[in-house]
Structures are given as structure tokens and as C-alpha cells.
Design a protein around this ligand. Structure first.
Ligand code: FES
Length: 113
């Protein structure tokens, strides 16, 4: 269930985007944070604990709202406007999935039980 409910300004043009591969719709002028939290219970998962996060300050100060795009770039959701076709991820991508990063190979000893 969404954490935010839109009560006003519902006539703005629709802006399509995806969240974890699912088609979603925001309204023109929404921040990424508003766009996501009108669709989901949380903004992202903490890269440290995996706990759900939803931003805190809403003004670009706390750094709690960093999200990743499918191409690996990151944005601060409270101070970035949603754009048509944005492909957002709520969980950090593994490094090997991000273009331009090196994959981490397991050591052969890791397979020894
Ligand atoms: S919510 Fe604090 S920086 Fe975005």
C-alpha cells in the first residue's frame, strides 16, 4: 500500500516510469520521492541493513533518499523531478549489474565446504 495519498492537483499530466520493472505513473512536477511513495510503502532498501527507507528531511539534507536507476546512476529522490521513462530501483543493484563496474569473482576456496 502506498505511503502517500494524493489529495490535490490531480489534473497534472501523467508521467510514466518504472519501479523495480513495474509500470507506474506519476504526475508532472512530482519529485521522484513523491512519485514512488504514492505507489509503494517505501522508497528504497538501505544498502547497509536492507531496512525500508522513505526519506527523512525532504529538503536535500539527510541523504536518506538516494535511489538507483537501472543504468546504475544514482539520484536524490527528494530533490529530483520525475521524468518520463525513468527506470527506478528500490534495492541497490549488485556491482556486476551496473555498467562500467567490475564484477567480483568468488575465490575457488569459497566452494569448499
Ligand atoms: S529526504 Fe533527506 S536528502 Fe532527501
Amino acid at each position: 500500500m502506498a505511503i502517500l495519498k494524493r489529495l490535490a492537483e490531480t489534473a497534472r499530466p501523467a508521467v510514466p516510469f518504472t519501479l523495480d520493472g513495474q509500470a507506474c505513473q506519476a504526475l508532472a512536477g512530482d519529485t521522484v520521492l513523491t512519485a514512488v511513495l504514492t505507489q509503494a510503502e517505501s522508497l528504497r532498501q538501505s544498502e547497509f541493513s536492507g531496512a525500508p527507507r522513505a526519506g527523512f528531511c525532504m529538503m536535500g539534507a539527510c541523504q536518506d533518499c538516494w535511489m538507483q536507476l537501472e543504468n546504475g546512476s544514482r539520484l536524490r529522490a527528494c530533490s529530483t523531478f520525475i521524468e518520463p521513462g525513468m527506470r527506478l530501483q528500490s534495492a541497490p543493484l549488485p556491482p556486476a549489474a551496473v555498467p562500467g563496474t567490475l564484477a567480483v569473482a568468488a575465490w575457488p576456496e569459497d566452494d569448499i565446504a
